[in-house]
Design a protein around this ligand. Structure first.
Ligand code: PLP
Length: 632
């Protein structure tokens, strides 16, 4: 497992077990460290129709562990409670989950349920998000915040105000100055006293990719000039008491606590200034940015890692707010954070399969029978030079002559003087020689039953790396190194960068007689945040299947509490305005029209039925490759 740095990025949830498989510790390592779920057993159960209770889902598959989600929430809460206790902070922590990180219904419902004892709330950034947050929070604690961020129109503001009528704790955070008029107007019309927050544009800037939202030129938030105007306007309409929350967000994956403290201190000063100006301030909302360690290095030197633990993060926040407020004799505010990545990343694993690996050394000397027959004088000369170099054991010259011979023969082929057999003879010879002198590229291409664009869009879009590891055979030495090539007809649909700065991944040989029936399963870890919502349907590869797995019945037991097949071809076609039912009828009708022709051509009598069932199966199946028996 050290090959894949699992102990670094995986702790405390992922490890390897004596069978060589990945084990999931759903409750982390502090609580119930003996509970382990073998990920391969989960995959077997989810995909295999023959195993007991097998669900026959198709891959790719997202396996969700709500216990991990709960552990993340509990750990975040405990980290802040510890910092508050040890530093004598005189208020509390009350976080929210930004639903944009993963809007899956069951994740949100779980978060609301798991967090209700400590009033954990939600953050929304659009109208559908506020709708889902409002309805989910009806089942949560009444004091849980519903932080309403994002660009707002009258409809959005009305929804947030309606939320207060429904006794939900909605806070309208002004991202733009113009939103204030809407809030003042609509709250009067709807006769609701709003709770208003404002998002400040901080000067503190984080320099990584995710820091582009921060700094004076950042996309969001109000400048000091705008903040002053907002305060004056609210005072003028006797609503300054409604301004209760200060929000900022310096970017995702904040690399160090030094930067964090810098930002929080600046915001705390603003908070104290708002208190001085007469707002009835209660809450400082420090946004997201609590990072996770994708590469296990804990260095904080790239976007892939952070140099702090949950406890250190919480301690830095509490200390910074406390220091500034004490200095200004301001009552300690409630600290709210909008951590998304840190809450949901760990709880889901994307499982996919390598279906083939490009073999490189397929040529044998017996393939080379065409050589020397009918080649030009020049090509024969190149061949002889190559032969001489090979006899002398001069690898460098061999490579030179290989290039020369190939180039010449390609030109001759283009001119029409060489046949495809002759060109194949040269290509085969060159491949064989390259292999014999040990100069062939040792990196293989593993074809995986996945779309990078659907399931790992951040890899394609922003070069975000995630740990990718075979989830079994970890007790066997990988024999090859490979890159992963996906199913899409797009040259960007490949993964050729891996954590640790590697350009290939150690991988096992695909083996048709192995204990896993020749199937080779890989897992992409820490992808629970952002990937699902951002993923598109390039080439019409839709969303993967999903199972929800709870630890149950003994230290290694588990139960699948929800299973959903991924989007079918019909689903993705529908999403692009096609009408699969009509398409089916059109094709079926065509088969009926041609039925006599098909019969005359020797087709079986029930050709219409064969066509219809073949079509129906294809519309209903997922668009990915059907591999092996369990995915048919
Ligand atoms: N809050 C706001 C306003 C954001 O823009 C984001 C994401 O960038 C978050 C919270 C969540 O950030 P993270 O996933 O880094 O915790």
């Amino acid at each position: 497992s050290s090959l894949y740095r699992i102990d670094g990025w995986g702790a405390p949830y992922f490890t390897t077990n004596p069978s060589g498989n990945i084990s999931v510790r759903p409750h982390g390592s502090n609580t119930m460290p003996h509970q382990h779920i073998d990920l391969m057993k989960v995959v077997k159960k989810a995909t295999d129709p023959r195993s007991s209770g097998g669900l026959a889902l198709h891959l790719p598959l997202i396996v969700r562990f709500p216990d991990v989600l709960k552990n993340r929430l509990d750990s975040l809460q405990s980290a802040f409670e510890l910092a508050i206790r040890t530093q004598g902070y005189e208020s509390r922590y009350q976080g929210v989950y930004p639903v944009k990180c993963n809007q899956d219904r069951f994740i949100i419902e779980d978060i609301v349920e798991f967090g209700s004892s400590f009033r954990f709330g939600l953050e929304a950034g659009s109208k559908p998000e506020i709708l889902l947050a409002m309805s989910c929070l009806c089942k949560g604690d009444r004091d849980a915040f519903l932080v309403c961020n994002g660009f707002k129109d009258a409809e959005y503001v009305s929804l947030a105000l309606l939320g207060r009528k429904l006794e939900l704790n909605t806070v309208i955070v002004l991202e733009q100055e113009e939103e204030l008029d809407l809030v003042i107007d609509l709250s009067k019309k709807m006769n609701v006293r709003p709770v208003i927050g404002l998002r400040a544009k901080l000067r503190t800037k984080h320099s990584g990719h995710f820091g582009s939202t921060s700094g004076e030129k950042g996309k969001f938030g109000l400048t000091t000039v705008q903040i002053i105007r907002v305060v004056r306007k609210l005072r003028d309409v006797c609503m300054l008491d409604c301004l209760q929350l200060l929000h900022f967000h310096i970017g995702s994956q904040i690399p160090s606590t030094a930067l964090l403290s810098d930002g929080v201190s600046e915001a705390a000063q603003l908070y104290c200034e708002l208190v001085r100006l007469g707002a009835r301030m209660e809450v400082i909302d420090i946004g997201g940015g609590l990072g996770i360690d994708y590469d296990g290095s804990k260095s904080g030197e790239t976007d892939l890692s952070v140099a702090y633990s949950l406890e250190e993060y919480a301690a830095a926040v509490v200390a910074s707010v406390r220091f500034v407020c004490d200095q200004k004799s301001v009552k300690h505010p409630v600290i709210c954070s909008e951590s998304g990545r840190a809450i949901v990343s760990h709880h889901s694993v994307l499982i996919f399969e390598a279906v083939s690996a490009g073999k490189q050394h397929e040529t044998t000397p017996s393939d080379l029978q065409f050589l020397l027959e009918g080649y030009s004088e020049e090509a024969r000369g190149d061949y002889e030079s190559l032969y001489g170099a090979a006899m002398r054991g001069d690898g460098e010259s061999c490579l030179l002559y290989v290039d020369q011979l190939k180039q010449r023969c390609v030109e001759e082929f283009k001119e029409g003087s060489l046949s495809i057999e002759q060109l194949a003879g040269v290509d085969g010879l060159c491949e064989w020689v390259t292999k014999e002198i040990g100069a062939s590229d040792p990196v293989l291409t593993y074809n995986v039953n996945l779309s990078v664009f659907t399931s790992i869009p951040d890899f394609w879009g922003i070069d975000q790396l995630f740990p990718i590891v075979p989830i079994h055979r970890l007790d066997q030495r990988p024999v090859a190194r490979g890159i992963l090539s996906d199913l899409t007809c797009d040259s960007d649909g490949k993964i050729d960068k891996f954590i640790g700065g590697e350009s290939s991944l150690p991988l096992h040989e695909l083996d048709s007689n192995g204990c896993s029936g020749g199937r080779y399963y890989l897992g992409m870890f820490l992808g629970g945040a952002y990937e699902e919502a951002l993923g598109g349907v390039h080439n019409l590869f839709g969303g993967p299947s999903v199972v929800r797995v709870l630890q149950k019945d003994g230290p290694h037991g588990f139960a699948v509490t929800r299973a959903m097949m991924g989007q079918s071809s019909a689903d993705v076609l529908r999403a692009m305005q096609h009408e699969p039912e009509l398409m089916f009828q059109t094709l079926k009708h065509r088969a009926e029209e041609l039925s006599s022709v098909l019969k005359a051509g020797g087709d079986k009598g029930n050709d219409k039925l064969v066509v219809a069932s073949c079509l129906a199966r294809s519309f209903n199946n997922m668009p990915y490759l059907s591999v092996g028996t369990s995915t048919n």
